[in-house]
Design a protein. Structure first.
Length: 201
Protein backbone atom coordinates (compact mmCIF):
# COMPACT_ATOMS: atom_id res chain seq x y z
CA UNK A 1 0.00 0.00 0.00
CA UNK A 2 1.34 3.39 -0.97
CA UNK A 3 1.75 6.07 1.61
CA UNK A 4 -0.31 9.23 1.47
CA UNK A 5 1.31 12.43 2.72
CA UNK A 6 -0.76 15.34 3.89
CA UNK A 7 0.96 18.73 3.68
CA UNK A 8 -0.70 21.42 5.69
CA UNK A 9 -0.79 24.87 4.07
CA UNK A 10 1.99 27.08 5.31
CA UNK A 11 1.76 30.83 5.07
CA UNK A 12 4.85 32.16 3.32
CA UNK A 13 3.79 35.79 3.09
CA UNK A 14 1.18 38.19 1.80
CA UNK A 15 0.80 38.98 -1.88
CA UNK A 16 0.06 42.66 -2.42
CA UNK A 17 -3.40 42.88 -4.00
CA UNK A 18 -2.24 45.73 -6.26
CA UNK A 19 -0.42 43.29 -8.56
CA UNK A 20 -3.82 41.91 -9.59
CA UNK A 21 -5.07 45.21 -10.92
CA UNK A 22 -6.70 46.01 -14.25
CA UNK A 23 -5.67 48.02 -17.29
CA UNK A 24 -7.72 50.62 -19.16
CA UNK A 25 -6.32 52.30 -22.26
CA UNK A 26 -7.69 54.77 -24.78
CA UNK A 27 -7.41 52.30 -27.67
CA UNK A 28 -10.14 51.24 -30.05
CA UNK A 29 -13.41 50.86 -28.16
CA UNK A 30 -11.90 50.06 -24.77
CA UNK A 31 -12.68 53.42 -23.22
CA UNK A 32 -14.90 55.27 -25.66
CA UNK A 33 -18.01 53.20 -26.43
CA UNK A 34 -16.67 50.59 -24.00
CA UNK A 35 -16.36 52.08 -20.54
CA UNK A 36 -17.48 55.57 -21.53
CA UNK A 37 -20.67 56.22 -23.50
CA UNK A 38 -21.30 59.83 -22.43
CA UNK A 39 -23.73 61.34 -19.98
CA UNK A 40 -26.35 61.96 -22.70
CA UNK A 41 -26.22 58.43 -24.10
CA UNK A 42 -29.34 56.30 -24.36
CA UNK A 43 -27.25 53.48 -22.93
CA UNK A 44 -27.78 53.32 -19.15
CA UNK A 45 -24.83 55.06 -17.56
CA UNK A 46 -23.51 56.54 -14.35
CA UNK A 47 -22.14 60.00 -15.11
CA UNK A 48 -21.17 58.81 -18.58
CA UNK A 49 -19.76 55.41 -17.65
CA UNK A 50 -21.60 52.32 -18.89
CA UNK A 51 -23.75 51.22 -15.96
CA UNK A 52 -23.55 47.48 -16.49
CA UNK A 53 -19.75 47.55 -16.72
CA UNK A 54 -19.45 49.71 -13.62
CA UNK A 55 -21.58 47.23 -11.70
CA UNK A 56 -19.64 44.20 -12.97
CA UNK A 57 -16.27 45.80 -12.22
CA UNK A 58 -17.48 46.77 -8.76
CA UNK A 59 -18.57 43.17 -8.15
CA UNK A 60 -15.07 41.75 -8.74
CA UNK A 61 -13.41 44.30 -6.41
CA UNK A 62 -10.49 45.39 -8.64
CA UNK A 63 -7.65 46.61 -6.40
CA UNK A 64 -6.10 48.93 -8.99
CA UNK A 65 -7.08 50.46 -12.33
CA UNK A 66 -4.30 51.74 -14.59
CA UNK A 67 -4.84 54.65 -16.98
CA UNK A 68 -4.51 56.17 -19.60
CA UNK A 69 -2.19 53.57 -21.17
CA UNK A 70 -0.18 51.78 -22.42
CA UNK A 71 1.21 53.22 -25.58
CA UNK A 72 -1.51 55.88 -25.59
CA UNK A 73 0.16 57.51 -22.59
CA UNK A 74 3.20 58.37 -24.70
CA UNK A 75 1.36 61.16 -26.52
CA UNK A 76 -1.14 62.09 -23.81
CA UNK A 77 -1.03 65.58 -22.33
CA UNK A 78 -3.04 65.56 -19.11
CA UNK A 79 -3.92 69.25 -19.53
CA UNK A 80 -6.08 68.34 -22.54
CA UNK A 81 -8.36 66.36 -20.22
CA UNK A 82 -9.34 69.00 -17.68
CA UNK A 83 -11.77 71.90 -17.79
CA UNK A 84 -14.09 72.80 -20.64
CA UNK A 85 -13.48 73.11 -24.39
CA UNK A 86 -11.20 70.09 -24.50
CA UNK A 87 -9.28 69.63 -27.77
CA UNK A 88 -9.75 66.72 -30.17
CA UNK A 89 -6.40 65.33 -31.22
CA UNK A 90 -4.83 62.36 -33.01
CA UNK A 91 -3.47 59.90 -30.48
CA UNK A 92 -0.87 57.12 -30.45
CA UNK A 93 -3.37 54.68 -31.99
CA UNK A 94 -5.06 56.91 -34.60
CA UNK A 95 -3.10 55.42 -37.50
CA UNK A 96 -4.33 51.96 -36.48
CA UNK A 97 -7.90 52.44 -35.26
CA UNK A 98 -8.69 55.72 -37.08
CA UNK A 99 -10.13 57.22 -33.90
CA UNK A 100 -9.32 60.63 -32.52
CA UNK A 101 -8.96 61.48 -28.85
CA UNK A 102 -11.85 63.66 -27.68
CA UNK A 103 -10.48 64.01 -24.16
CA UNK A 104 -13.96 63.51 -22.73
CA UNK A 105 -12.36 61.26 -20.15
CA UNK A 106 -9.59 63.04 -18.29
CA UNK A 107 -8.14 63.02 -14.82
CA UNK A 108 -11.37 63.80 -12.96
CA UNK A 109 -13.46 61.32 -14.91
CA UNK A 110 -10.90 58.57 -14.38
CA UNK A 111 -10.76 59.25 -10.64
CA UNK A 112 -14.55 59.12 -10.53
CA UNK A 113 -14.55 55.76 -12.33
CA UNK A 114 -12.09 54.38 -9.78
CA UNK A 115 -14.36 55.58 -6.98
CA UNK A 116 -17.40 54.01 -8.64
CA UNK A 117 -15.79 50.58 -8.91
CA UNK A 118 -13.81 50.73 -5.68
CA UNK A 119 -10.33 50.64 -7.27
CA UNK A 120 -7.21 52.63 -6.50
CA UNK A 121 -6.10 54.89 -9.37
CA UNK A 122 -2.83 53.99 -11.09
CA UNK A 123 -1.63 56.82 -13.33
CA UNK A 124 0.83 56.17 -16.15
CA UNK A 125 2.66 59.39 -16.91
CA UNK A 126 4.00 60.40 -20.32
CA UNK A 127 7.77 60.87 -20.33
CA UNK A 128 8.04 60.52 -24.09
CA UNK A 129 6.72 63.94 -25.05
CA UNK A 130 6.26 65.72 -21.69
CA UNK A 131 8.97 67.03 -19.40
CA UNK A 132 9.47 65.89 -15.81
CA UNK A 133 8.25 69.30 -14.69
CA UNK A 134 4.99 68.91 -16.61
CA UNK A 135 4.45 65.53 -14.97
CA UNK A 136 5.21 67.07 -11.58
CA UNK A 137 2.58 69.70 -12.34
CA UNK A 138 0.08 66.90 -12.93
CA UNK A 139 0.99 65.39 -9.58
CA UNK A 140 0.60 68.76 -7.91
CA UNK A 141 -2.74 69.27 -9.62
CA UNK A 142 -4.04 66.02 -8.16
CA UNK A 143 -2.39 66.02 -4.76
CA UNK A 144 -2.15 69.63 -3.64
CA UNK A 145 -4.40 70.87 -0.83
CA UNK A 146 -7.60 72.82 -1.44
CA UNK A 147 -5.78 75.87 -2.78
CA UNK A 148 -3.28 74.55 -5.39
CA UNK A 149 -0.28 76.74 -6.17
CA UNK A 150 -0.41 78.90 -9.32
CA UNK A 151 1.19 77.41 -12.43
CA UNK A 152 2.55 79.20 -15.50
CA UNK A 153 -0.25 77.78 -17.65
CA UNK A 154 -2.85 79.17 -15.24
CA UNK A 155 -4.03 75.74 -14.19
CA UNK A 156 -6.81 75.40 -11.65
CA UNK A 157 -8.34 72.20 -10.37
CA UNK A 158 -11.84 71.78 -11.73
CA UNK A 159 -14.90 69.78 -10.62
CA UNK A 160 -13.71 69.38 -7.04
CA UNK A 161 -11.73 71.65 -4.71
CA UNK A 162 -10.29 68.73 -2.76
CA UNK A 163 -7.16 66.70 -3.53
CA UNK A 164 -7.74 63.75 -5.83
CA UNK A 165 -6.87 60.43 -4.26
CA UNK A 166 -4.04 58.73 -6.15
CA UNK A 167 -2.30 55.51 -5.23
CA UNK A 168 0.94 56.46 -3.51
CA UNK A 169 3.94 55.46 -5.57
CA UNK A 170 1.86 54.56 -8.62
CA UNK A 171 2.87 57.39 -10.87
CA UNK A 172 4.43 55.08 -13.42
CA UNK A 173 6.45 56.41 -16.31
CA UNK A 174 5.73 55.23 -19.84
CA UNK A 175 7.99 55.46 -22.86
CA UNK A 176 9.54 53.36 -25.58
CA UNK A 177 6.54 52.20 -27.60
CA UNK A 178 5.54 48.56 -27.52
CA UNK A 179 7.31 46.45 -24.93
CA UNK A 180 9.10 44.55 -27.67
CA UNK A 181 11.19 47.63 -28.46
CA UNK A 182 12.59 47.84 -24.94
CA UNK A 183 16.24 46.99 -24.51
CA UNK A 184 17.24 44.94 -21.45
CA UNK A 185 19.38 47.73 -20.06
CA UNK A 186 18.66 51.05 -18.33
CA UNK A 187 18.22 53.39 -21.28
CA UNK A 188 15.70 56.22 -21.83
CA UNK A 189 13.73 53.95 -24.20
CA UNK A 190 13.49 51.04 -21.79
CA UNK A 191 10.07 51.14 -20.16
CA UNK A 192 10.94 48.59 -17.52
CA UNK A 193 14.06 50.44 -16.44
CA UNK A 194 12.40 53.79 -15.92
CA UNK A 195 11.69 54.55 -12.25
CA UNK A 196 8.31 55.47 -10.86
CA UNK A 197 7.64 59.06 -9.92
CA UNK A 198 6.84 59.00 -6.22
CA UNK A 199 3.60 60.60 -5.17
CA UNK A 200 3.91 63.74 -3.09
CA UNK A 201 1.65 65.34 -0.57
Amino acid sequence: MKKVYLVYPKTLGTIAPEIYGHFSEHIGGVFYDGLWVGKDSEIPNINGFRKDLVEKLRAIHPPVLRWPGGCFAETYDWRDGIGENRPVRPNWWTENDHRYETNEVGTHEFMELCELIGAKPYVAANITSLTPQEIRNWMDYCLSPEEPPPWPWNGKRTATPNPLTCLTGAWATKTGGAAATCAPKPTPTNTAACPCWPATS
